[in-house]
Design a protein around this ligand. Sequence first.
Ligand code: NAD
Length: 121
Amino acid sequence: MSTTVPSPVRIGILGGGGIATAHLNAYATVSDRAKVTAIADVDPEALARREAETGAKGYTDFLELVKDENVDAIDICLPHHLHTPAILAAAAAGKHILCEKPLCLTPRRRKRSATRCRRRA
Ligand SMILES: NC(=O)c1ccc[n+]([C@@H]2O[C@H](COP(=O)([O-])OP(=O)(O)OC[C@H]3O[C@@H](n4cnc5c(N)ncnc54)[C@H](O)[C@@H]3O)[C@@H](O)[C@H]2O)c1
């Protein structure tokens, strides 16, 4: 994983629900530095809405999105129980990661996630 990414950083959002709206609004305020290029949601209607709003490429499977070469950083807006699998998949794909709270559901999962991220840093 490279430590620096040219602007705009290409963002892939996992989960297009309520909190993703706040993230999308925030990225819009720094459009010279961040661009949402992909978004994943398991709900086809929610996904279609987000695709139309953002022009980003849609995925129903977040494990596919994390492999997208047009994405530098993954923004995890999924339900809590999916944070660890999303972090591990994004780290394996060599992406930068921003994860909504809580980071993970257990200390053991947090430790595993941190270890995998450090290995890729
Ligand atoms: N920072 C905060 O104050 C704050 C506030 C609310 C939520 N959160 C965090 O954000 C998370 C999401 O909250 P929300 O309010 O947006 O919930 P939400 O239910 O509105 O959105 C979650 C989205 O994830 C999608 N999703 C579920 N399973 C999926 C999967 N396997 N693959 C792809 N998409 C999937 C759902 O279809 C939904 O659109 C919470 O679980 C929490 O971790 C943080």
